[in-house]
Structure formats: C-alpha cells, structure tokens
Design a protein around this ligand. Sequence first.
Ligand SMILES: [Cu+2]
Length: 117
Amino acid sequence: MLIINLVGLLLIALIIWWFWLYQPKDSAMSSDKRLITVENGVYTPAQIKVHANKAVMVEFIRKDPSPSAETVYFEGLNISESLPLNKIKTIRLPAMPAGEYEFHCQLKMIRGRITAR
Ligand SMILES: [Cu+2]
C-alpha cells in the first residue's frame, strides 16, 4: 500500500514537472544572432524572440529571387534593408521595449514577427 502511494506521488511529481516546470531550452533566446532564410515566399523562422531592451543582430539570407523579397522592413523600428541574393546580410536591431514587431517584404507578402520580452 505504501509502495503504491509512493509510486502515485512520484507519478504526480513527474506530471507536474513535465507540464509546469520543464521548459525546453529556448534556443532563440540563448543566442544573440539569428539567421532568417527568405525562401519560397516565407521567412524561416517567421517568429523570433529577442530579449527586450537589448540590441540584437539578425542575419538574413535571401534565396528568393523575386524583387519584392529584396527589401525587408521592420515596422516601428524605422529600418529597411535590402537583402542580397544568396549572401548573408547582418542587420542590427536596436534595443526594443517588450512587444511585438512585424517585419515584411516590400509588398507585405512575406511577413515575420519579432517578440521582445
Ligand atoms: Cu514581397
């Protein structure tokens, strides 16, 4: 009886740990540089997370030859940069207050989002 109770407690502890306490390592947060690929009309990844109030470098590599994909605009940051084809372009983003920031191509067909927190 005691053994069964112990096993039950252990299971409960395991469940609590798994669902509430365990958090997979957030690789997006741990590195200070992100590489975003522009290909087939999408940004990959299209969602990136950054630390709020801390400048960050993002790298873009554009494999999408369409002219509209060439420029990336960061809403609310007043940044627009042109992306060379098949070459890594590094863009420095200023420290952002916590919030959501959209980025997109010239015609807003390709969209992404930065979450600063
Ligand atoms: Cu476009």
